[in-house]
Every structure is written in C-alpha cells, then in structure tokens.
Design a protein around this ligand. Structure first.
Ligand SMILES: Cc1cc2nc3c(=O)[nH]c(=O)nc-3n(C[C@H](O)[C@H](O)[C@H](O)COP(=O)(O)OP(=O)(O)OC[C@H]3O[C@@H](n4cnc5c(N)ncnc54)[C@H](O)[C@@H]3O)c2cc1C
Length: 426
C-alpha cells in the first residue's frame, strides 16, 4: 500500500512538501485551517483590488524562488520594484537612507547621501574606522556595541537602527551580530573592520534588485503551487484545522473536522506554537508575537509624485506603525491596476487586545508620507493579523519517527529560506 502522508498547514511550505511527497508516489492530504491556500502568501480584496495580504516580494539572494516561479509558468511575470531609497521618519526630521549600505552601515561614509544624514564630522570619524585596530570581537557582541564603538552613535541611531528594527524586533543594543548570521563575528574578524565587512557583503549580493515580486501579487505563486500540487495528486482540504495528534502503533492519528485520519507520515507546516500544541515532544517555541498589516486605498493625487519613495521606516516612536510601504509607488503593475488610486500598507506590532489599529492607519500614513489627507480620501481599509514569532531555527527537521517539520515549523522565515530548503543546492 502507498505511504499515507498528512500535511498540516497549506502555506507555501506545506504545499511544497505535499507536492514533493505526492511526486514520489505517496497518497497526500493537506489540511488547512483557513478558508484558502497560501498562509502568509495569500490575497486580500480591498476596494476591488486583489492585493497581497502578507508577503509581497521575495529575496533574490538565492535563485530558489525565481526558479519555483518559472517552473510554475510565472517567469514572465517576475517584476522588479521601482528603484528608490527607503525613507526614515524620525521625531525631528525625515531623510532618505543612503543607497550604498549593508544593514544600514554605509560602505563609503563620505558620500553626499551619508553626510547629509549624519553630518560632516560624524562621516569623517566613521571613514577613519578602517585605520583603527579591531581588537577583540566576542561571539556575542551586539550590533549596537560594535557600530557605536567603531562608527559612532549617529551611524548607529540614524542609519543602522532604522534598517534593522524593521527586520528584527530587538533594539540594536540587544541584537547580537551572530543573530543576523552566526558566521558574522568571524567574518568581521577576518575583514578587520566594519566598513570592510560591509563592503565585502555588498559585493557578494547579486546584481540588480535585492527583492522581486510577481505581477498581480505574490499570492499568485501559492495559487499556482496549489494547482501544481493538485495535479500531482494531492488532496487539498481547506477550512479544516488539525486539532489533536497521537502516535499509535507506528501510525499518526489526527483529529480534524470532527473525524480522525490515520497516516504513516505527518508533516507539520504550521507556526511553531501550533506544532508544539499538536506534538508535545517538540520544544517549547519562543513566545509568539503578532503583527498586523493595515492596507489603505486612497484618492490622493498628492502622492502621485511618491514623496517618500517606495517606503518609510518610523523611528523614535513617531507613529504607532513601524513602517509604511507605498505599494503603488513600489510596484508599477499595481499603479496601473489601481487607475489613479494609491495603496499604502502599514505594519504594526500588535499590542493590547482590542486596540483599534485601523484608527491609527490614516494619521500614521499622513505623518509618514508628509502629506495632509482628510478622512474622505480613504476609499477602503483593511486590517489583517498574522502570528509572527521570531522563529527559532530547529536543528532537526525530523525529530521523531515519521514526523517532518517544514517552513515556519522548522523555524524558517521568508520565501527565499523556505523555498531554498525544499530545493537544496539553490
Ligand atoms: C505581514 C508579513 C509580510 C511578509 N512579507 C514577506 C515578504 O515580503 N517576503 C518574504 O520572503 N517573506 C515575507 N514574510 C514571511 C513569509 O510570508 C513567511 O515566512 C512564509 O510565508 C511562511 O510560510 P509557511 O508555509 O511556512 O507558513 P504560513 O504561511 O504561516 O502557513 C501556515 C498555515 O498553517 C495554517 N494552520 C495553522 N494552524 C493550523 C492547524 N491546526 N491545522 C491546519 N492548518 C493550520 C495557517 O492557516 C496557515 O495557512 C512576511 C510575513 C508576514 C507576516
């Protein structure tokens, strides 16, 4: 009898794993608790536009996602975002981030766009960093301690902190360099200076845009992947959560939707908190943060000129939002589809239960975009919430017999990492 595989979670990682097992001859079912496919890569309708509810782009540091998109017939629809600097809005000023940096560290501190932000004196100090002996770099050195000591507070606070706070939830002074990449402390010792490390890392980045998208939205990737999984014979069941899992006599018994499924192999493609609830032997995950994305569709001709480029990072508590993406300025296909309307996305870390985040969205957009917009300019708004634990990478993705962890359950974050793990060698 063919092996029976159950995949719990129908996001990109669950769909990829399901297709892989089906292609090698297993009988595969995917259970998805939500009412559609894709998890954090799925669509949302706002003012008649089909937009990305979560992920809107993929990193090009590996060819994995592009390869997947091509294999799904989406190659011609891979698109680059508009090239424009990200802006920072601080309590006392707004400025574009220099374009030549790595993690916000300027590779050439004396360039005009760096001097304009940190001033001549700080730029000149930073430029001398290469000539100062590096000294000891402990494995647990924080980004804040290194950047402050070597490049100065203005570089740390005005250039590096805005870039990193959007990605990592910890302040610079509590963020170990090794948390970004475990090999970075050693790379720094080898480079001998932060500026040299930044220069080397930038040189390693592939030419062209660091991220790409898909015309029509990233959600098209998971929609096409679901079709491809179906073609491979996968049975896809939506609106059905796995409630309980038990290992009995070498099989998995999974209670879901009022019934019980008995399978040989279980694949968990759900957030780590859910994976731990289902299989208690799995390690307790770090506490789960939740994030929310507020999308506004606006009638706002004053945004036609994209006053803050494609996006803004907020620092110093200027707004409740952490960041804003001006999606119609970032993606030419969306500007065309929106027919003169503007789409902005604001990201929030969830706070008190019951807080009305949508009430913040327009005032935050006004502050971050630097334009005045009365309520009447909002055509539609939508808030989507997501679990977003800073996932803890698990060492063993097959921790028990006939159990496999993929995607978020394996502690992977981002499409490049998740798709890359399915297609080793990319
Ligand atoms: C707002 C936001 C923006 C992002 N932007 C980007 C981006 O631009 N680029 C990028 O590369 N990455 C981005 N990411 C990260 C990326 O989207 C995720 O890393 C990736 O989509 C995770 O895929 P996954 O399949 O592992 O998990 P998920 O997409 O989370 O899928 C898990 C699925 O499991 C389902 N589920 C949960 N519990 C159960 C249960 N008990 N039974 C059955 N099903 C269950 C959920 O409904 C969900 O569909 C973003 C994430 C967020 C939250």
């Amino acid at each position: 009898m063919a092996e029976r595989v159950l995949v719990v979670g129908g996001g990109v990682s669950g769909l990829l794993a399901a297709r892989r097992h089906a292609r090698r001859g297993a009988v595969v079912t995917v259970l998805e608790a939500g009412d559609g496919w894709g998890g954090r890569v799925s669509p949302v309708e706002v003012d008649g536009l089909t937009l990305d509810a979560g992920a809107e782009s993929f990193a090009t540091r590996t060819p994995a996602v592009e390869g997947l998109a091509r294999s799904l017939g989406l190659g011609a629809d891979i698109v680059a975002p508009t090239r424009a600097p990200a802006w920072v809005v601080a309590p006392d000023r707004a400025y574009p981030l220099p374009s030549t940096g790595w993690l916000g560290i300027p590779t050439r501190p004396l360039l005009h766009d760096v001097r304009r932000v940190i001033g001549w004196g700080a730029a000149a100090d930073a430029a001398l960093e290469r000539s100062r002996a590096l000294g000891e770099v402990p494995d647990d050195a924080t980004v804040g301690s290194l950047v402050r000591a070597r490049l100065g507070d203005p570089v740390a606070d005005l250039l590096v902190a805005p870039v990193l706070q959007g990605v990592y939830s910890r302040p610079l002074d509590e963020l170990p360099l090794a948390a970004i990449d475990p090999s970075l402390p050693q790379q720094l010792r080898d480079a001998g200076s932060l500026l040299e490390l930044a220069r080397r890392r930038r040189r390693l980045a592939p030419a062209g845009s660091a991220v790409m998208g898909i015309r029509g939205g990233m959600w098209r990737l998971t929609a096409a992947l679901a079709d491809s999984a179906r073609e491979a014979g996968v049975r896809l069941v939506v609106g059905t959560a796995a409630d309980e899992v038990e290992r009995v006599d070498g099989s998995w018994r999974v209670r879901a939707g009022g019934g019980t499924l008995v399978v040989d192999t279980l694949v968990l493609a759900v957030p780590q908190a859910v994976a731990h609830r289902l299989v208690r032997e799995l390690p307790t995950p770090p506490s789960e943060r939740r994030v929310a994305l507020a999308t506004l569709v606006l009638d706002a001709p004053e945004l036609d000129a994209a006053p803050r480029g494609t996006g803004v990072l907020a620092i110093g508590g200027v707004t409740r939002a952490k960041a804003l993406t001006h999606a119609t300025a970032k993606w030419p296909w969306l500007r065309d589809a929106a027919g003169g309307r503007h789409v902005v996305r604001l990201s929030y870390a969830l706070g008190e239960p019951g807080e009305d985040l949508l009430a913040h969205a327009l005032p935050d957009a006004i502050r971050l975009l630097g334009v005045d917009l009365p309520d009447s300019r909002v055509r539609a708004s939508r808030l989507v919430e997501w679990p977003d634990a800073s996932p803890a990478r698990v060492r063993d993705t097959r921790p028990l017999p006939a159990l496999e962890l993929v995607g978020v359950a394996a502690g992977l974050s981002g499409l490049a990492a998740i798709v890359g793990a399915e297609t080793p060698g990319t």
